[in-house]
Design a protein around this ligand. Structure first.
Ligand SMILES: C[S@@+](CC[C@H](N)C(=O)[O-])C[C@H]1O[C@@H](n2cnc3c(N)ncnc32)[C@H](O)[C@@H]1O
Length: 246
């Protein structure tokens, strides 16, 4: 039987938020191919899996750590050659294992449908090998977990929701903050000063809360964002802001 690549959302950090399906598929796969952002760093997705699976089971598996450089990607534009090369390298390595008849699990943080490497890998491997079998396993997203932690609904009734990376350099961020009822801001860590002043301008500062490293041991919830003014770079990359107007 042809082997399958499973792209699996493992939630944002708390291993208890892995779904039963994710766990069952991870248990079955002999190989875990896991993304990491730096060459010498470690994979957060893998560490979530390792906390959820019994040690003995993890030891029996082949672990393949793959470096996916973190660079801005704009859809419709050719990605940075280093990024493209990394996707192609990863797709090639994974395909070689699938060709041996072995299933591969590719755990990815949160849900693979939301700003995740999983879909870039999917597109690349399909382009190189259109016959490849891929299945997605959805996961709990960081925004769902931040919503639960802060007791903030994401949308109710006729609310309109926007989920965006906070890194737009043009006017879109202001327009979105003006237009939508709930705005989930991701990738906020490098633009905190800009965000705080924009939220202040729009009288939204008291409607916003930031959750850093939700579900991890050192999780922080910051309800008053003004305490972070002048601290751009001081919050972790794993930080999400929910702005809810109502
Ligand atoms: C590349 S995106 C991955 C999103 C992920 N696929 C999801 O479904 O949540 C990375 C962004 O997700 C958010 N994020 C991921 N893990 C988080 C965590 N544990 N706590 C807070 N935000 C997190 C942050 O906004 C971070 O900049």
């Amino acid at each position: 039987m042809q082997a399958t690549l499973y792209i699996i959302g493992v939630g944002p950090g708390d291993p208890d938020l892995l779904t039963i399906k994710a766990l069952n598929v991870l248990r079955r796969c002999p190989v875990i191919a896991t993304p990491k952002a730096t060459q010498n760093g470690h994979s957060t997705a893998l560490s979530i899996v390792q906390q959820a699976l019994p040690v003995a089971e993890t030891h029996e598996k082949e672990i393949m750590e793959l470096h996916f450089p973190m660079k801005k990607i704009q859809l419709g534009q050719e990605p940075d050659p280093e990024v493209l090369q990394a996707w192609q390298y990863a797709a090639g390595k994974i395909f070689a294992i699938l060709s041996q008849g072995r299933d591969v699990a590719f755990p990815t943080l949160g849900d693979p449908a939301i700003y995740s490497t999983g879909y870039y890998l999917y597109a690349t491997i399909l382009e190189m090998h259109p016959e490849v079998r891929v299945q997605f396993v959805p996961g709990i997203s960081a925004m769902s977990s931040c919503s639960a932690t802060t007791h903030t609904p994401i949308c109710l009734g006729d609310d309109m929701l926007a989920v965006i990376p906070a890194t737009f350099s043009d006017n879109r961020l202001r327009q979105i903050l003006e237009t939508f009822d709930t705005i989930v801001l991701m990738k906020v860590h490098r633009v905190m000063d800009h965000l705080i002043s924009l939220l202040n301008d729009l009288n939204l500062l008291d409607k916003a809360a930031l959750v850093e490293r939700v579900g991890m041991e050192d999780e922080r919830v910051i309800g008053d964002l003004s305490v972070l003014a002048g601290q751009t770079g001081q919050v972790h990359y794993f930080s999400t802001i929910i702005v809810r107007k109502k």
